[in-house]
Ligand binder design. Structure first.
Ligand code: HEC
Length: 172
């Protein structure tokens, strides 16, 4: 009998403590309990109408990609020393691992590729039109291993790195 009374008293005490704690929480803490916070269910509020022209459907990368690479013209001056300098930073950020410190294709990561990255200072690469280089860097080389970097690098950075590559000239 004693045990029963003891347990009953204990349970009652726990209930009082719990209830007080909850009330204390509600009064003194800024976080509501989950079932009290506002919840918006799907479609409960009308979807804001989209203004026309808000979603881009032309221009940008799509336009660059669809253009004839030979006719792509750089929006940045390729012989501007400032762009060459920026392009050097871009090269040593995005390209050096594969193409190497001396642009000869001897980067550590590049060695695991077939075909190997070629010499960026070869007569052939130096002879490529800037638009062709832009296309290869941006979208990769069909059947080759150059990674498509269009989603990694801003278009301006791609043109800057081309300014840098062009500034190197053919290897003596
Ligand atoms: C993950 C390694 C990797 C990275 C990073 C990389 N490349 Fe390459 N690149 C290659 C490989 C491998 C090839 C040879 C691909 C082929 O011929 O199919 C190549 C080919 C090229 C070519 C064509 C060369 C030729 O012989 O026609 C150019 C230009 C080039 N890369 C420029 C760049 C530039 C600029 C960057 C940095 C913005 C860059 N690559 C980043 C691996 C890489």
């Amino acid at each position: 009998m004693r045990t029963v009374i003891g347990i009953t008293v204990l349970l009652a005490a726990l209930s009082v403590v719990g209830y007080t704690a909850l009330n204390f929480y509600d009064r003194h803490f800024k976080f509501g309990r989950m079932w009290e916070t506002p919840a918006v269910r799907p479609y409960e509020q009308p979807i804001a109408p989209l203004e026309t022209g808000l979603v881009p459907t032309g221009g940008g990368e799509t336009r660059l990609r669809s253009m004839d690479p030979a006719r792509l013209v750089s929006p940045v001056a390729l012989d501007d020393p400032q762009n060459v300098r920026l392009g050097r930073t871009v090269y040593f950020t995005y390209c050096v691992h594969c193409h190497g410190r001396h642009h000869d294709g001897n980067g550590t990561v590049g060695q695991s590729f077939t075909p190997l990255p070629g010499d960026l200072q070869s007569r052939r690469v130096q002879g490529l039109a800037p638009g062709i280089l832009f296309n290869e860097i941006s979208y990769g080389i069909p059947g080759g291993r150059q990674p498509p970097l269009a989603t990694t690098m801003a278009a301006a950075e791609r043109w800057q790195v081309i300014a840098y590559i062009k500034s190197l000239g053919t290897r003596p």
